[in-house]
Design a protein around this ligand. Sequence first.
Ligand code: GTR
Length: 424
Amino acid sequence: MIKLSTLILLLAVAAIPQDANYDEAKIPAFVLPDPLICSDGAKVTDSQTWMHKRRPEILALFEKQVYGKAPDAPVIAYDLLESDARALGGLATRKQVRVYLIGDKKGPFMDVLIYLPNKTQRPAPLFVGLNFYGNHTTIDDPAVFITKSWVRNNKEFGIVDHRATEASRGVRASRWPIRRILRQGYGLATIYYGDIDPDDEGRFDNGIHPWFYKKGQTHPAPDEWGSIAAWAWGLSRAMDYFEADDDIANERVIVMGHSRLGKTSLWAGATDKRFAIVISNNSGCGGAALSRRRFGETVKRINTSFPHWFCDNFKKYNDNEEALPVDQHELIALMAPRPVYVASAEEDRWADPRGEFLSAKYAEPVYQLFGLQGLPSDEMPEVGKPAVGTIGYHIRSGAHDVTLYDWRQYLRFADRHLHEKGMK
Ligand code: GTR
């Protein structure tokens, strides 16, 4: 008789993709595209040529082949649903703002939860990030509205029939040290990503996409936005609102995201230069990790498990990474000259920590065009020893998650760069 525990173990092992490679020795030889060679063969030697010629080329390739092109910015509308100048025992001013994504109050909307520090001067610099299960999961604050959007079921969090409930209030607070962020003089804004586009496999008949379909269209064209591009587009709509809010320093907005939402924060930073600093936490394949290494999660694997995240053109690169006209170091380079931080976790091998480091490192030549230090470490830093220039990188101990350790580095990184610019 096979014991139940053995059976569970066997089933768990069976669930691990058999084709995933975790052996550095088995990484295929590859040549990365050079961010500094233009499509006409010209070499980029100055920041002007980068900004006006090469950068737009790379951005267009990512749009067409990887994430898909999002619609132009609409004029948004918004309503302040609720605010409290003495939230969290007086530490913060809370605002909950409904942003109407196409400017029509009968159309789709997302709710932005904002805390601003009361102790420091306004306008306040701000971190913004999407969350996985609803704004009310990020903090133990009974005043935060519970989303009515589709949410992934999660028994542990009390989410059944795809509806968030009171039971999940604060369940993800460990990923959002809001009081600490406030005490350090920053605001925090967060949005439930499913308000923009539900993360339900393969469906494009709900969320934001149908609002932009041409007559008769039922699915984005091969080069049109997948879900990651939609979530990033939503972050830009939040930015539109921040620009209209005098309490927020819109030239000091830092976009941060974890995992699929780390892929999203990178794409938001690439497509929208209004984000002053960009942070990727454990973003892995299709985020910071180099695709050509095929370590852990691969292009084929991600396109199979999550066919809706990227544009359909990206599927051409399943088991065919060398044909990609870009790789993810060029995504990091699109942030230049803005500061960008890439974070890995030691046990998060699925996301390929070394591939995340190398991407950050190989973005360096672009930063050097601006006379900036890139990532001040030629070797992969040791666990718990961040390397920080205009590009920052760390690998911490532990699993795929966002921890206080990660946030401490992000706050320090933001402080350092805003100080340097005389902005804090
Ligand atoms: C995993 C996926 C990763 C990462 C993660 C997450 O299942 O393979 O690429 O995005 O989900 O977002 O939690």
